[in-house]
Design a protein around this ligand. Structure first.
Ligand SMILES: NC(=O)N[C@@H](CC(=O)O)C(=O)O
Ligand SMILES: [Zn+2]
Ligand SMILES: [Zn+2]
Length: 446
């Protein structure tokens, strides 16, 4: 604390030079930061950071994070989840409302928002519930949450689907009036009663009850029609099948609808065969799919059919995972492994370059969520909100070493090809040399 780097990168009028960095993986040059923004070069910076060999990206934005606070603090808190996010290169996250109590009121979203500001490592934007208690019947106080200091602009019952079409229609109509987006966990619950794994030969062989992919695809098809009719914005959470991507293409070609979609890193990399070890760390909702879907999802992300990557970071306490498969809770950690998995699946395969990574991990999610100061270009006058990545620093995942309170990573022991080295939020380092800065006592700006 209080060293030169910290002083020079806060808003005291001094200038930091980030030397030899490669913005978007392109030609090396210097970035200059003063008062929280990128500025023109100066001849006498107060401090110079050697960033030779590092790639600069705009700070990553996660539209789908479970921070578990309030009520699930044994798995994650705003504090530990923010640290995991910053270490993963994130500068903004959207905290899902399936907490206890559910974030379906101004009181709860304000609590999460205030905790995020107190911690100060990433911008924490609470997602408001669509229905009271996530129960799917009565609309939550969407307008009140939008009007609260947390300024909620994304609503979701994630963990549950807004299954009732009339409730979904009303939610979309309200969202339109609030200029908000409804993020749907697409799963027709009537089709997935007792479901444990993707319905197919692998689940059949393992004796696990099948999760019909039509449960996802049919809800997406229904929702694009409802959104088009309501003139509302729809976002599809954790899209996971080839046909779901086809439905999006068809919707955009045939109707006037504003629909966006995210894919998780795990659905880009892992397949349903991961369940063969019966280790519930591989249990997730929607389930891991066959490799044909994984391949189609990669193509859909590359060609823009799927707009962005979102982690669906879902920490679970040991008790919720250290049990037989059918009793385990679905979900896996994602914040600290997302960027490396995107590099493995999209960059190493030649499907995306680093510009493309910036698009799907930062620019597109910021646009979908309507964030004005995230996902911005790395150019003079823009916020100094960025992450610096070493493209050659491989590391091995150890759940116990991750910043999350929980350890349920599906990548235990796996090599990740790249490392986040530094992260900066509006001119302040949140991560230096792969370690979180203790910012908790630093006053929040604006
Ligand atoms: N993805 C999961 O398997 N679990 C999520 C809920 C969700 O994203 O649907 C959770 O909250 O644990
Ligand atoms: Zn979900
Ligand atoms: Zn989720």
């Amino acid at each position: 604390m209080g060293d030169a780097a910290e002083r020079s990168s806060t808003r005291d009028g001094s200038t930091t030079r980030i030397a030899g960095v490669r913005p978007y993986g392109e030609d090396a040059g210097d970035l200059y930061v003063r008062d929280g923004v990128l500025v023109d070069p100066v001849s006498d910076p107060d401090e110079t950071i050697d960033a030779g060999g590092l790639i600069a990206l705009p700070g990553l934005v996660d539209l789908h994070t479970h921070l578990r606070e309030p009520g699930g603090e044994e798995a994650e808190t705003v504090d530990t989840g923010s640290a995991a996010a910053a270490l993963g290169g994130y500068t903004a996250v959207f905290a899902m409302p399936n907490t206890d109590p559910v974030a379906d009121s101004p009181v709860v979203v304000e609590h999460v928002w205030r905790r995020g500001r107190e911690v100060g490592l990433v911008d924490v934007h609470p997602v408001g519930a669509v229905t009271v208690g996530l129960e799917g019947s009565r609309l939550a106080e969407m307008g009140m949450m939008a009007a609260s200091p947390a300024r909620v602009r994304m609503f979701s019952d994630d963990g549950r689907c807004v299954n009732d079409p009339l409730v979904m229609r009303r939610a979309l109509e309200y969202a339109r009036a609030l200029d908000a987006v409804v993020a749907q966990h697409a799963e027709d619950h009537r089709l997935t009663v007792g479901a444990q794994a993707h319905e197919g030969p692998v689940a059949a062989r393992l004796g696990l009850a099948g999760w019909d992919p039509a449960a996802e695809e049919s809800i997406i098809a229904r929702d694009v029609m409802l959104a088009a009719a309501a003139g509302a914005r729809l976002h599809v959470c954790h899209l996971s099948t080839a046909r779901s991507a086809e439905v999006l293409r068809w919707a955009r070609e045939t109707m006037d609808v504003t629909v966006s979609a995210e894919v998780t890193p795990h659905h880009l990399l892992l397949t349903d065969t991961a369940a063969e070890d019966y280790d519930p760390v591989h249990k997730v909702n929607p389930p891991l799919r066959p490799s044909a879907d994984t391949a189609a999802l990669r193509r859909a992300l590359a060609d823009g059919t799927v707009d962005c990557v979102a982690t669906d970071h879902a920490p679970h306490a040991v008790e919720a995972k250290d049990c037989e498969w059918s009793a385990a809770r679905p979900g896996m950690l994602g914040l600290q492994t997302a960027l490396p998995v995107v590099v493995t699946t999209m960059v190493a395969t030649g499907l995306l370059d680093w510009r493309g990574v910036a698009r799907v991990c930062s620019e597109a999610p910021a646009r979908i969520a309507g964030l004005a100061d995230q996902g911005r270009p790395l150019t003079v006058g823009e916020p100094a909100t960025l992450t610096l990545v070493d493209p050659d620093a491989a590391w091995t995942v150890r759940g116990e070493s991750l910043a999350s309170r929980a350890a349920n990573t599906p990548y235990e022991g796996m090599q990740m090809p790249v490392s986040v080295v530094h992260t900066m939020l509006r001119g302040r380092w949140t991560v230096r040399d792969g370690a979180v800065r203790e910012l908790r006592k630093v006053a929040q700006d604006g």
